[in-house]
Design a binder for this molecule. Structure first.
Ligand SMILES: [Zn+2]
Length: 232
């Protein structure tokens, strides 16, 4: 028994969902689960295939990215997770994948337009795509700077991380988060589906308009208004 067992289990279960949901190939992708009272998170070890993972192999890291417990090397994306946990105090889980459709939008350096109500049930804005990182950021501490690229994108676009729980990093891939690791994985699957639908929408009708304001407002209120009734 260790005081980290609960987040190791949570991170393990969430990581195992990624191959099941078709969101990862080989060892791509990682999920972490935080315990705010302990000031740490559990994350997938680097380079270990999903079928060889176990809760004990999850690495415990603090919000500065320093390993606190565990014998394996944490995921190479650990510093990006650490930066987001440190600055966004209400998130409890983060997922990173290179899922095909969301990554294709990231590579195209485009926000995913809000075309329909599936999208609006989760976000009432376009899914933001942060610009590709500068040469200076890439040459520096790359994974650490990726976290700041995401924070800067939300600042510039005046987005609230509790309202929009997903982002694309230009030329790279998506990151999603939520109150816990399971919600972060859920958001990752929703994003992949929304990304696929948006691509097909533009193929079927290159002039497809964005969702009407009345529908955006309706879906926002359904989730947040005084008479909210949309269950999640
Ligand atoms: Zn990546």
């Amino acid at each position: 028994m260790s005081k980290y067992d609960h987040i190791r289990n949570e991170a393990y279960e969430a990581n195992m969902q990624l191959p099941k949901l078709g969101l990862v190939l080989f060892t791509f992708g990682n999920v972490s689960a935080a315990d705010r009272s302990l000031g740490v998170f559990a994350i997938k070890p680097s380079g270990v295939p999903y079928e060889q993972l176990s809760p004990e192999k999850m690495v415990i890291v603090d919000f500065d990215g320093k390993t606190v417990d565990g014998s394996l090397r944490p995921s190479s994306d650990t510093l990006t997770h650490a930066v987001l946990y440190k600055h966004w105090e209400k998130i409890g889980g983060i997922t990173h994948t290179h899922s095909t459709y969301a990554t294709s939008w990231a590579q195209s350096q485009r926000d995913i337009p809000i075309f329909g109500t599936t999208h609006a049930d989760h976000n009432t804005v376009d899914v933001p795509c942060a610009p590709p990182m500068s040469d200076e950021m890439i040459r520096g501490d790359y994974e650490y700077q990726t976290g700041f690229q995401i924070l800067n994108c939300f600042k510039e676009k005046k987005l609230d991380y509790e309202e929009v729980e997903m982002v694309l990093v230009g030329n790279h891939a998506p990151f999603t988060w939520g109150k816990d690791a399971a919600k972060a994985v859920y958001n990752s699957a929703v994003l992949e589906s929304v990304a696929q639908m948006a691509l097909l929408t533009e193929q079927i009708n290159p002039k497809a308009p964005r969702l009407k304001d009345a529908l955006i407002k309706k879906h926002f209120e359904r989730k947040h208004g005084p008479n909210s009734y949309y269950g999640q």
